[in-house]
Design a protein around this ligand. Structure first.
Ligand code: SAM
Length: 242
């Protein structure tokens, strides 16, 4: 069995301990990712160490946003928008096993991979939706119904705000992990954030020895309802940010 030392050490720094059973699930997930990646374009990171740190541990840095005791047994509703091969949603689910997770992914083949992984890992309270955020955000059972929405490497923040905040319940939070300098990106997103009901942008710096690049979690609290017209139709939030 793989040791996953970097993952285990990184999680310890974040205040979480995992046992052999959970480590084994990360191993199964990694092996399925590499197997499917031979014929479906899921990730450009194919070395086991890179998957362990740049996918698994990077996804789990989102745990820093919460007080550990507040989330450990939480049934909160979590939506991962543009989940791709499952990041950050699936690693979060493997640690916060009680959350209700929805993985939203526009590409059919990736959604098929996600469905396969959900079965292989025996994940309960986990649903895969193959659709676009611009469409699903207008479905009443999904609109303003998530305590936490996450999106990694999907779009610039101004577009993300329009795509993601309409899913967040008032009082809930949207978290976008970002790499490198983000000051300009946040400034450009201010208008979009306020138009769709977001408030106070809060930044959490990631400091883990296993992750070398500068990483920041951009956290946006939902303060008021999103007007019905947002998000606009498919492709527009990316093409013409608010
Ligand atoms: N979040 C994953 C990660 O960090 O590895 C995947 C990142 S990948 C670069 C972006 C993904 O977002 C793609 O799989 C794409 O199909 C999906 N995506 C982009 N726009 C979307 C939208 N409007 N609705 C749903 N999925 C979207």
């Amino acid at each position: 069995m793989t040791q996953f030392t970097q993952l285990v050490d990184g999680l310890t720094t974040l205040g979480y301990e995992i046992g052999p059973g959970q480590v084994r699930l990360f191993e199964v997930y990694r092996d399925e990712l590499l197997r499917w990646n031979q014929y479906t374009n899921l990730t450009s990171i194919t070395d086991p160490s890179g998957i362990e740190t740049r996918h698994f541990l990077d996804s789990l840095t989102i745990l820093q946003v919460f007080e550990k005791d507040a989330v450990r047994n939480s049934h909160m509703r979590v939506l991962d928008i543009g989940a791709g091969a499952g990041f950050p949603g699936i690693p979060l689910k493997l640690i916060l096993t009680d959350i209700n997770l929805v993985l939203l992914e526009a590409t059919g083949k990736k959604a098929a991979f996600l469905r396969n992984v959900v079965v292989r890992l025996g994940l309960t309270r986990t649903t895969v939706v193959n659709d676009r955020a611009e469409v699903l955000a207008h479905v009443p059972s999904h609109r303003e119904s998530y305590d936490l929405v996450v999106a990694r490497a999907v779009a610039p923040l101004a577009s993300l705000a329009e795509l993601c905040l309409p899913f967040v319940t008032v009082g809930g939070m949207f978290v976008a992990p970002k790499k490198g300098a983000i000051v300009d990106e946040i400034a450009e997103a201010r208008n979009a954030i306020s138009q769709v009901g977001g408030a106070d942008v809060h930044l959490v710096e990631v400091r883990l020895p296993q992750l070398a690049d500068e990483r920041t979690l951009v956290c946006i609290r939902k303060a008021s309802h999103s007007p019905d017209r947002y998000p606009r139709r498919s492709g527009i939030p990316l093409k013409r940010p608010l």
